[in-house]
Design a protein around this ligand. Structure first.
Ligand SMILES: NC(=O)c1ccc[n+]([C@@H]2O[C@H](COP(=O)([O-])OP(=O)(O)OC[C@H]3O[C@@H](n4cnc5c(N)ncnc54)[C@H](OP(=O)(O)O)[C@@H]3O)[C@@H](O)[C@H]2O)c1
Length: 331
């Protein structure tokens, strides 16, 4: 897999990255997550599964790995894997996120799975924890799901602390979520304390159901930010697992184009994201080796105008998309 730079940073990444949201904790919202984990939540079994997917990703040329404090033991699993495989820090790029605290106590069903606080205290606490669990400083540290409502983009104490981390050589990023991702990205692009843009990278949801952040991501790329795409499979809704009746006509369209381009449904959906000129990295959220390998098939898909035009019919209003996502069960 050919490497490229993450925006105008010196970080060399691969076109496909691996996200650990589904690998680090018993509960997550992805369709079929419980099946993936075969309902075996013993930490050593979870770690062994994470190692298997990490090894398969490394062997396939994946060089960007995405974790977060709130993904349960994801940072610990990634840190131990890096140590055991004795991978030199410069051989890959590790990104993590702060702002959400994991509260599910290793349960699939929990009153609360994660709590979001974009405060200076949380940043300082989690920066220390991320380094301890990863066994090294992440190359990229991202605000987890920044929104206008969270107020973080107006929090001077947090912004200057991030500026200090940047001075120490850490790339600073933000991930965005919700129906107004574009507005948050625009606000972030305006932030240039001491005349220097603060953010080096933005991570956003972009897929065939909700491509609404595309314009803002193109602008971010033009401004030199790296762009990471998350949820390219809409948490499994753009895979054969989505057997809901009201999705049947859209699934038929996906199958038709996947057949024409000799790929799978997930390969097609990820290829759509890879084809965006502003996308530096598209994340696979696979929790199974065979799903990762199927996702890697996207790299060989000859995406074309016919696919782009015909699959526009899958688009949903962002509010509808995020409402459906909010309705996905933790499993
Ligand atoms: N706010 C944020 O910053 C944020 C939010 C969400 C995600 N992210 C990042 O983005 C990454 C990816 O997103 P995501 O995992 O949430 O969602 P996603 O990539 O849209 O969906 C992944 C889901 O699709 C399933 N899948 C993949 N290939 C498949 C196949 N061939 N057949 C059937 N099912 C298949 C996976 O199943 P298996 O699990 O069985 O492989 C998994 O359930 C995360 O790991 C995380 O790093 C960040």
């Amino acid at each position: 897999m050919r490497n490229r730079f993450l925006g105008t940073s010196s970080l060399q990444v691969s076109a496909l990255g691996l996200g650990l949201a589904a690998l680090g904790r018993p509960g997550y919202i992805n369709l079929g997550h419980a099946d993936d984990l075969e309902s075996d939540y013993h930490p050593s079994a979870m770690e062994a599964r994470a190692f298997a997917v990490l090894d398969a990703a490394w062997a396939a040329g994946v060089r960007y790995f995405d974790a977060a404090r709130s993904y349960g033991e994801a940072e610990t699993f990634l840190g131990r894997w890096l140590k055991l495989r004795n991978l030199p820090p410069a051989a890959l790029v590790v990104g993590s996120k702060w702002g959400y605290t994991y509260t599910a106590e290793w349960q699939v069903r929990a009153e609360s799975h994660e709590v979001k606080e974009h405060t200076l205290e949380v940043l300082q606490r989690q920066w220390q924890q991320s380094r301890d669990h990863l066994g090294r400083a992440p190359n990229l540290y991202q605000i987890h799901s920044a929104t206008l409502e969270s107020g973080v983009l107006g929090n001077a104490a947090v912004l200057s602390a991030l500026g200090r981390l940047k001075d120490e050589g850490v790339a600073i990023g933000l991930s965005v979520s919700g129906p107004r991702q574009g507005d948050v990205i625009s606000r972030a692009l305006d932030l240039a304390p001491k005349g220097r843009p603060l953010f080096d990278c933005v991570q956003a949801t972009w897929n065939l159901l909700d491509p609404s952040a595309g314009e803002a991501l193109a602008r971010a790329r033009e401004c030199g930010l790296g762009v990471i795409v998350k949820e390219a499979l809409a948490n499994g809704r753009l895979t054969p697992r989505n057997t809901t009746l009201d999705f049947a006509s859209k699934m038929a369209l996906l199958q038709q184009q996947a057949r024409r381009l000799h790929t799978t449904i997930d390969g097609l959906a990820i290829a759509a994201a890879l084809a965006q000129p502003w996308a530096d990295v598209v994340l696979s959220g696979a929790a199974r080796v065979e799903h990762l390998q199927s996702n890697l098939g996207a790299l060989a898909v000859p995406w074309d105008e016919e696919a782009a035009v015909s699959l526009q019919r899958l688009r949903e209003p962002p509010e509808t998309y995020w409402q459906a996502r909010a309705g996905l069960e933790w499993n």
